[in-house]
Design a protein around this ligand. Structure first.
Ligand code: FES
Ligand code: FE
Length: 332
């Protein structure tokens, strides 16, 4: 990667991030119309042609019209400008303005990207050779769990700032005062961190406090680049709640978060301590949004000399920044 005098930030690793699967929509949102979005600065569409989801560059090869202005007919997508039809491979099958017996140029093909569905989410990779599979969320494929919440929202911040906020425990007592922590107990628990291939795995043991009166362990699996799988363990308790928080990197200044909650117990059963947070998550995420949208610079600095870090509370953030920065080192 070319060196510049600018400090390295998350945008410098976009070429590598293009080789990961990113969540782009919930599967139920991709129905009979092309869905446009920006992924790592690329304008793309996702659509359902037949049963399968497909992803293409949002650009008709004829005259550069966005395909998102078009529509779906059967298993083909139709461009709004001159009605060219493209099949699920992205190949043009019909040009209405020429006689049917005339050949269709071989190059009349859309740029197509790998797309797939898993956990009720549509994932897209901008490269034909993904560096890693879609992250593993075991509870979301376990029949003992049911998903009680699927939500999403747009934040005017970078995806890495959004993810780093989720794993930052030091802010719980401050912006989430009385929900996730209290200001009279601002110390953060010690984090135990381990790298496992494409994942950062970490946990901390939390002592009882006013908000969580029972000792518990918080476990996290952060799959590079923008995926978090998080659950709490309580000794003797087999009730489990598993959260997934994901960010889609649209641009340096905009991301979509996806937030899911799954439980292995009846959602209508008596709620135990610390549960039932699906009622509070909107408020918590609004509190986060008020901060992350104002952080500057927008792109997360990956040069550790930028910004200040304190030993202990910032350990995960430091490891996360290193984890992303490595992608800038080994990409040609
Ligand atoms: Fe798409 Fe002409 S620009 S068919
Ligand atoms: Fe927060």
């Amino acid at each position: 990667m070319a060196r510049t005098s600018e400090p390295m930030n998350e945008v410098a690793v976009w070429p590598a991030l293009a080789q990961y699967w990113h969540p782009v929509a919930y599967a139920h949102e991709v129905t009979d119309k092309p869905v446009p979005l920006t992924l790592l600065g690329e304008e793309i569409i996702v659509c359902r042609l037949g049963k399968e989801v497909q992803a293409f560059a949002d650009l008709c090869v004829h005259r550069g019209t966005p395909l998102s202005l078009g529509w779906i007919e059967g298993e083909e997508i139709i461009c709004a400008y001159h009605g060219w039809a493209y099949n699920r491979e992205g190949k043009c099958t019909r040009i209405p303005s020429i006689p049917a017996e005339h050949p269709i140029p071989k190059r009349a093909c859309l740029t197509r990207y790998p797309a797939r569905e898993r956990y009720g989410i549509v994932w897209v990779c901008l490269s034909d050779e993904p560096r890693a599979p879609v992250p593993e969320y075991p509870a979301y494929e376990d029949a003992n769990y049911h998903i009680v919440l699927r939500d999403r929202g747009l934040w005017k911040c970078s995806a890495a700032r959004g993810i780093e906020n989720f794993i930052d425990l030091g802010h719980f007592s401050w912006i989430h005062e009385s929900i996730l922590g209290t200001r009279d107990l601002p110390l953060t628990p010690e984090m135990h961190i381990e790298r496992r291939g494409e994942e950062l795995r970490f946990y901390c043991d939390c002592v009882p406090d006013r908000i969580h009166p029972v000792a518990h362990r918080r476990n996290y699996r952060l799959a590079r680049p923008f995926s978090i799988y998080n659950w709490k363990e309580q000794e003797g308790a087999d009730r489990q709640e598993v959260l997934v928080f994901l960010c889609t990197p649209h641009t340096e200044k905009e991301c979509t978060w996806f937030f899911l909650i799954a439980r292995n117990y009846d959602p209508d059963a008596d709620k135990g301590e610390g549960e039932g947070q699906e009622n509070l998550y909107k408020l918590i995420l609004e509190q986060d949004q008020a901060i992350v949208e104002r952080q500057r610079p927008e792109a997360l600095p990956l040069d550790l000399r930028e910004e200040l870090h304190v030993k202990g509370p910032d350990a995960i953030a430091l490891e996360y920044r290193r984890f992303l920065a490595e992608l800038g080192v080994d990409v040609a």
